[in-house]
Design a binder for this molecule. Structure first.
Ligand SMILES: [Zn+2]
Ligand SMILES: [Zn+2]
Length: 152
């Protein structure tokens, strides 16, 4: 085994999405595959106009429908922002665990990966929720709201 060869994660992503779509009796069409690739290449959640701008070759109505289907099958996560414009990203099953910084002025969202010590503290928060409310935490999301570089 060569250590120089990184695992081909993009093939894995497409195989998982294909399986997720099959489970909801949908097909992995070229348009959906292209959306998954566009979302995969972005380092932040993107809006529909941004997807069209970055080369999504499909009508706006197909784009909405394809995103809704990808959301339904668990491949894509829709995020509301401070500007009421929805943004989309691949779910963590297809990407990696991360959090978001949200601009209160323009609504831009960027991904942030937090240090392991902070993730451990968040896991402890889940245990506290369990102790206080007998609530089983499955996952967590952290949104840090503030001002982005271009708005400050
Ligand atoms: Zn901003
Ligand atoms: Zn986390």
């Amino acid at each position: 085994m060569s250590i120089d060869t990184a695992p081909d994660t993009s093939t894995d992503v497409h195989a998982i999405v294909d399986e997720q779509l099959r489970r909801t009796r949908q097909r992995y069409t070229l348009g959906r595959r292209q959306l998954v690739e566009l979302l995969q290449s972005s380092d932040r959640p993107v809006t529909i106009p941004e997807l069209l701008e970055h080369g999504a070759v499909q009508s706006q109505s197909s784009l909405y429908r394809n995103l809704a289907i990808l959301e339904q099958c668990g491949a894509v996560h829709r995020i509301a922002s401070t500007d009421d414009v929805a943004r989309y990203e691949l779910t963590e099953e297809l990407s990696e665990h991360h959090h978001h910084v949200v601009c209160a002025i323009c609504g831009r969202i960027d991904d942030v990966v937090l240090a392991p010590a902070i993730e451990r503290a968040l896991a402890e928060a889940a245990q506290e929720a369990k102790d206080q409310r007998d609530f089983d935490v499955d996952s967590h999301r952290l949104e840090l709201v503030g001002t982005c570089a271009s708005c400050s």
